[in-house]
Design a protein around this ligand. Structure first.
Ligand code: PLP
Length: 380
């Protein structure tokens, strides 16, 4: 399989010899024009018409009522957690299979992640594991959920739509609502993915996206907070702009804010990329379909979109037999110029998070052992 996989990827990307990266950005539209226009306007920092336009595009695209552009996805998640009411000493439920930005944002608030296992089909937070944990280990008092053994408050739940595949978000919202836990969706990887026809990121109290260079579309660096709650939308803008009280000339600040606003220069790039988004996703879904057909002849499982979902197929993935075969595949493909990589080391295994609570995460461990991401760029 290894050799025919390399041949297949080379043929599919039209690259008979060169290096094929895991995911590279594509600038095939108005990117240069808009960036130059931003420079010519002199508005290159965090105020400018491209920032407003980008927020409007995200509102239109996702259907969220409010969208607030930030410097990156991690900053978006940090602010969203603060707005959800997460405080020092709280517990925040999330999955062990995610990029470190998810747990870093939780740590910035002074709260601690508590890791709940993922679903083997969606690769994202499991409603079944979440139900088990809440039933066996928590107590609801006055509408607030507490971890029974430690008395710590559980102030948010952060599902992440892994590699662009939607979590079982409807069930997760229902469970969390019944336990008085606000949901903040880490939709960094899933812009354009839908569950029951609704955009991921718009189910929770707040949702966040990333526009880092490796995501489906990029602003160089950038993020977005979305919410349907007008008060939270206003607060998000306030907190990300140094909590400056709007005034024509006075500099007055009413709390400790953050310098998290997206520069207009980056927003210009984002506006051009937004125009490409639908085409990019169609292109990525076609690639996924080619992979799916290819892997039908081999004993590796190609990860496909879960039920009720339409995935953006941000990063394609396969599951091999075990860690030994995974490592052999990684070695062979990277030796032959095809970039592949394993899933992230589980967050619950990282040195700064090893002490955190977890439920064993058997599915996450199995996925970590066997999963490999394969080239997923938009093909020209
Ligand atoms: C990319 C990503 C983020 C945000 O990353 P930034 O580089 O800060 O934009 C957050 N969570 C997940 C799961 C991601 O993949």
């Amino acid at each position: 399989m290894f050799e025919s996989f390399v041949q297949f990827v080379r043929q599919t990307f039209g690259e008979p010899e060169g290096f094929i990266p895991l995911h590279e950005p594509r600038f095939v539209g108005n990117e240069k024009q808009y960036v130059i226009d931003a420079i010519d306007s002199t508005f290159v920092s965090s105020v400018g018409r491209y920032v407003d336009k980008f927020e409007e595009q995200i509102r239109d695209y996702t259907g969220a009522r409010h969208a607030i552009a930030t410097v990156n996805g991690t900053a978006s998640l940090h602010i969203a957690l603060l707005l959800a009411g997460v405080e020092q000493g709280d517990l925040v439920l999330t999955q062990p299979l995610s990029f470190v930005a998810t747990s870093n944002a939780i740590a910035y608030t002074g709260a601690e992640p508590c890791f709940i296992d993922v679903d083997p089909n969606t690769l994202s937070l499991s409603p079944d594991a979440l139900t088990d944990f809440l039933k066996n280990q928590t107590t609801l008092r006055n509408g607030i959920c507490y971890h029974t053994a430690t008395g710590r408050r559980i102030s948010a739940c952060v599902p992440m739509h892994t590699f662009g595949h939607p979590a079982r978000i409807g069930e997760l919202i229902e469970i969390c609502t019944a336990h008085g836990i606000p949901v903040v969706e880490d939709a960094a990887e899933s812009l354009g993915s839908t569950y029951d026809g609704q955009q991921t990121g718009t189910f929770g109290l707040l949702g966040t996206y990333s526009f880092n260079g490796n995501k489906t579309i990029t602003s160089g660096g950038g993020g977005m907070i979305v919410t349907n709650d007008e008060r939270l939308g206003k607060l998000a803008k306030h907190l990300t702009t140094q909590a400056k009280v709007p005034h024509r000339w006075e500099f007055n600040h009413d709390q400790t804010g953050y310098n998290y606003r997206l520069p207009n220069l980056n927003a210009a790039l984002a506006c051009a990329q937004m125009e490409q988004l639908d085409g990019f996703i169609a292109n990525k879904r076609q690639l996924a379909s080619l992979y799916q057909t290819f892997f039908q002849d081999y004993p590796a499982r190609f990860v496909t979109q879960p039920a009720h979902s339409e995935s953006n197929y941000w990063l394609n993935a396969i599951l091999l037999a075990d860690r030994t075969e995974r490592d052999a595949f990684l070695t062979y493909t990277n030796d032959h110029g095809i970039m592949t990589r394993p899933a992230w080391t589980l967050l619950s295994s990282l040195p700064m998070l090893r002490h955190c609570m977890h439920d064993g995460g058997a599915n996450a461990q199995d996925i970590e052992d066997r999963l490999v991401n394969i080239p997923s760029s938009v093909r020209l």
